[in-house]
Structures are given as C-alpha cells and as structure tokens.
Ligand binder design. Sequence first.
Ligand code: SAH
Length: 266
Amino acid sequence: MTDTPSRAIGRKSISATLKPRELMTDTPLLAGAWTAQIITLFPQAFPGALGESLTGRALQDGLWQLQTYDLRAHGIGKHRNVDDTPAGGGAGMVLRADVLEAAILEARSTAKGIMPLVYLSPRGRRFDQTMARNWARMDGVTLLCGRFEGVDERVIDHFGITEVSLGDFVLTGGEIAAQAMIDATVRLLPGVLGNAESAVEESHSGGLLEHPQYTKPALWQGRPIPEVLMSGNHAKIAAWRRAMSEQITAQRRPDLWAAYKAKDAT
Ligand code: SAH
C-alpha cells in the first residue's frame, strides 16, 4: 500500500493513452456510462484483471467506468480502525456499521439512475448469467466487498442490501467476486465485445453449454478436427454444433438440461 498511483480529480475528458488504473477517479467522468462502484479495503486491487483485454479497452473507451471507495478513509481514530471483535465472542473481526455507513453514503451520493446496492457474500443468491444480463440493463451497480468475518448485520438491514454470492465456497474477501461479476456484466454492454466474440451463442446464453471449438493445426497429436467443421457446409456445421451443445449439456448439467427441455415443451 505504499505508492498508490495519484488520482486525477475532476478530469473532463479521457484519453486513450491513459492506463485503466488512472481512469478510476473519485468523481464520475462520463454521465450515462455503466458504472461499477466498489466499496473496499483494497482499492488498489482494481481494475485488476478488468483492466486487460476487452474489458480494459472498453474501460479506456469510456463504455463503462469504475469508482472505488476506500473503507479505510472512513476508519475511526488515529489508526483508522474499520473492524472490531464480534459481539458475543468468537473468531475474527467484523467490519463496523458506522464505517460501512459512511462509505456507502459516499458511494450512493454519486450513484446515478438505477444501481442496486449489493453485498458480496457466500450467504447470497448465486450470481448467474441472468443476473449479469439484468445488471447490464441498469445504470450500474454498487458492490460492497467484505473482509474478515464480514459486515455488521444491521448495515444489511438498514440499507436493504441484496446479498449475492459467486458460488458455494468462501473467499477471504469480496474483491475477486466483484471482479468476476463485473467482468460477466460489462462484456454484455453494447460495443464491448467485437463481432468475433458474440455473446449470443455462448454457454449459458440460450440455456445450453457451448459446443467444442477447434483451430489450427488441422491434425495435432494424431487428432484431426471433426470433418464436418472442414466441410464448408454451414447448415451442417450449425446442426452439428447444436447437437454437441445438447449432448454436453445433458451429460454435464442435468439441471440445465431439464430446464431447457421444460422451456422447449411450452
Ligand atoms: N464469515 C462469513 C465469510 C466471510 S469471508 C460467512 O461465513 O458467511 C470474507 C468476505 O469475503 C465476505 O464478507 C464476502 O464479502 C467475501 N466472500 C467470501 N465468499 C464469498 C462468495 N462465495 N461470494 C461473494 N463474496 C464472498
């Protein structure tokens, strides 16, 4: 936490030469751009992987923006304490309600339009493609990243916070979960994926998992690319891909397969 990059305040326009890290400012840059607000003890963890490749380019191009809110800045006293021992005893530390409140109010004061307030939590509803699609239709999202044993429950009740989980496992903090969810959402925003990376036919978009993909060389380790893909017959290729999608989904994810069949029947 030594040399935190300096932040520009009140920058009017962004240039493509800026690094994604420098595009994260304390003030909104672009009215109307989809906005991820992150409340965290580790703002330097952002944009992280989101600064690379398609999401990074989209951040530079202003298709979305990222604002971090440092919990430490709202800490109590000389040592800027943000946590304390759990009431009733037990292991670990809990993030203080008053500290969280100050950070949440700071973030919400700059939130524009419809932006759900979400606490990343293993107790939450599991994140999925449908949730990513819903978030992409909104103006952004405010994500509260917990650490230690989590947050004081009263904050969740007071602000009516929705809890969302990345999956049935426990992380040490919400930052990686936040990046995963933002990545899944941002790539659905108009203009983020090029034509080559269509979100229309991939896994989880139509209720099926994706078919296998191949590229050069045509023969590798004695394994050829399936002949149909080399045939140039687009109708046959589409039918093969569809059949493979169905087969893989049925084999690997009986739950998705059942839902898909039920939808087909109606
Ligand atoms: N004591 C808590 C876990 C705390 S883990 C419990 O048993 O429920 C510390 C922080 O990591 C949490 O506050 C949360 O923000 C984040 N986290 C852990 N697992 C997560 C998951 N599966 N999804 C999203 N966030 C998670």
